[in-house]
Design a protein around this ligand. Structure first.
Ligand code: ADE
Length: 225
């Protein structure tokens, strides 16, 4: 998979890809991530990428021209399956969207800033608009990092143990069950006996029950999906 991220703040997006799982995924060539500074696609001498809103109103708007130039330059090199715009009024990211995107070959992610982008960008270039939650960030970069993490860890081979993404919360619309490790007794705090029974079908049954109970109390909305 190849991900091209268009941003006015490339420095904000460097570190998420320089540590842990995402770093290893890039090193093992399971994914390529390229950051593009939108200011490199401006023609004016101040390298501005935004301007005042037509009709008046507070806040600047990202201009169509540099975005068009950047996307068009990328599209001359390869075909893109998705051009995603990160915005608080997009569809809220969930595991289903992450699963879908993990199957794509080439993705562009456009990070919004200021008041957002000129609507003509959204109408003519964007194939999907994604929000990471009902709150407003200063820009789309942190959202793009969250999206990339959620997607890249699902690419086969990225996680050491192939099954570990399958047992994550949300993969089957259930939250994950409780987990424990050593010591078995910590100052009287005990680990459930069933986990030492050696009866793996029973352990699996217990985990499913726990996952269901946890979902019912914390996120009953997931059970209606
Ligand atoms: N840009 C600003 N807020 C955002 C959000 N909640 N999700 C994605 N991009 C954003």
């Amino acid at each position: 998979m190849r991900i091209d991220i268009i941003t006015v703040l490339p420095e904000l997006l460097k570190s998420p890809f320089e540590a842990s799982i995402l770093k290893r995924a890039i090193e093992s060539e399971l994914v390529e991530v390229h950051l593009h500074n939108l200011r490199d696609y401006t023609t004016d001498k101040y390298k501005s990428v935004d301007d005042y809103q037509f009709g008046g109103g507070a806040g600047m708007v990202m201009m169509i021209e540099p975005i068009d130039k950047c996307i068009t330059a990328l599209q001359t090199e390869r075909q893109y399956d998705e051009i995603i715009y990160m915005t608080p009024d997009g569809k809220t990211l969930n595991q289903g969207i992450a699963n879908q995107l993990s199957l794509k070959e080439n993705i562009i992610i456009l990070c919004g800033h200021y008041k957002g982008v000129d609507q003509r960008v959204r109408d003519n270039f964007i194939t999907r608009e994604i929000s990471i939650g009902d709150y407003v960030l200063s820009g789309g970069e942190l959202g793009a990092a969250v999206l990339c993490d959620a997607v890249i860890r699902l690419i086969p081979g990225v996680l050491g143990n192939e099954t570990s993404a399958l047992t994550d919360s949300f993969q089957d619309n259930l939250l994950a069950p409780p987990i424990y490790t050593r010591p078995r007794d910590y100052n009287g705090l005990q680990v459930p006996e069933i986990l030492f029974s050696g009866n793996f079908p029973e352990i699996e049954k217990w985990r499913e029950e726990q996952a269901y109970k946890r979902t019912q109390t914390r996120r009953p909305d997931l059970l209606d999906l």
